[in-house]
Design a binder for this molecule. Sequence first.
Ligand SMILES: Nc1ncnc2c1ncn2[C@@H]1O[C@H](COP(=O)(O)OP(=O)(O)OP(=O)(O)O)[C@@H](O)[C@H]1O
Ligand SMILES: [Mg+2]
Length: 434
Amino acid sequence: MKIISLNNLSKKYPIYGKPSDKLKELLTLKRRAYHEEFWALRDVSIAIDSGSTVGIIGQNGSGKSTLLQLIAGILQPNGGELIVNGRVSALLELGAGFNPEFSGRENVFMNGAILGLTHRQMAARFDAIADFAEIGSFMAQPVKTYSSGMFMRLAFSVAIHVDPDILLVDEALAVGDLIFQHRCLHKINQLRDQGKTILFVTHDMSAVAKFCNRALLLDGGRLLEDGPPELVVQKYYAIVYARERQYKQIHTGSLAPCESVESSGPTEAISPIRTVPNVDHRFGNEEAVILGVELFGPYGEPAREVTAQQEGTLRISTLCRKPLSNPIVGFTLRDRLGIQVSASNTSYEGQALPAAEAGDIVTVDFQVTFPDMVPGSYSISPAIANGAPLDHEMCDWIDNALVFQLRNPNLVYGMLRLPIRTRFAIMRASAAVP
Ligand SMILES: Nc1ncnc2c1ncn2[C@@H]1O[C@H](COP(=O)(O)OP(=O)(O)OP(=O)(O)O)[C@@H](O)[C@H]1O
Ligand SMILES: [Mg+2]
């Protein structure tokens, strides 16, 4: 059953150039407009199954809170259709639904009334609410005297104790202390297991991957991506990465123009990496050294988590200290037990590198489709050598310079799943010639 359906849902706000414009508009009885329209949400269509846990992510101002407020019925849309089949309990940005002048206790009962529960029903829940919120004697104090953490604890406690079919949570978890965050996530887990529908807005990507079975990415008020959390999170990182690059470009003027992030692999010119995340052991004659190593996900975003059968790029940058006649750049891939899973280098891949001078920075991209291996942690050991594939001098080798997680939704027996196709034939006994 679709518990929430949005069809081309849109919300706009009037934007006034200066406060007096609003007054001017009122004076003309709104016959003349002194504002521009700003679409906080534009043509968003989503159908949500009952029992799903949906993470909503996106940059600041992308429309996440607006979306939740529409679903909660706090805002009215300017276009499109919204159908909600169930009782909604919302924990929205601080302030919504609570009156600061009233005590915590009074607010609990008022909130219950708004959600359609009787005084008696709320009274039966009151102790559990107070117990979960753990704000003690402050329950009798006006809410305006609460810290933002206390306020949120009470709001969260009410939201989960009113038997909602749908729970909307906007960012709120970040405000509580760590113990309370654990308690909230545990409670959200329980509600999920009870088959409640949960939508939560967060900037915590690991929470999305951990708790959600679906994620939505909003950008500039539009739905940019809708699908499995790991893919949507990667797309989000790609946007953030592109924005950081643009920022750096404006502030240093040193980077190549940032192109679209749609295609696979890092999209810009091959710019050197200057960070080595880890050095377990290093050896070589130092005629050239590894300058940096980075792994990029399918949208060109730096990634420490990749998915089997998806594309990615391993980038290795090296600095030549002496002239190298035949540089070879390569890497070894190991599993968490240190067993070599694979290795490759420019020569093996048929990508001969030209001779390099002292001071040259040589950067190589290895574009790869991650194999269907057992999920877990793997390491990359990059290297640069000079000479022929079977007869070379090692210039620099770094053990386990970069560690990443491989996800694999498929079941894998042994170390990897072979790319197999099957076919069969049956010679039926009944059809056999005697
Ligand atoms: N009352 C309002 N009047 C005018 N513009 C508004 C109003 N409320 C929100 N907006 C604008 O709508 C856009 C979406 O806002 P929204 O609060 O939904 O973003 P968000 O994704 O929740 O961001 P954040 O991550 O910062 O919480 C923003 O550009 C915001 O400035
Ligand atoms: Mg918000």
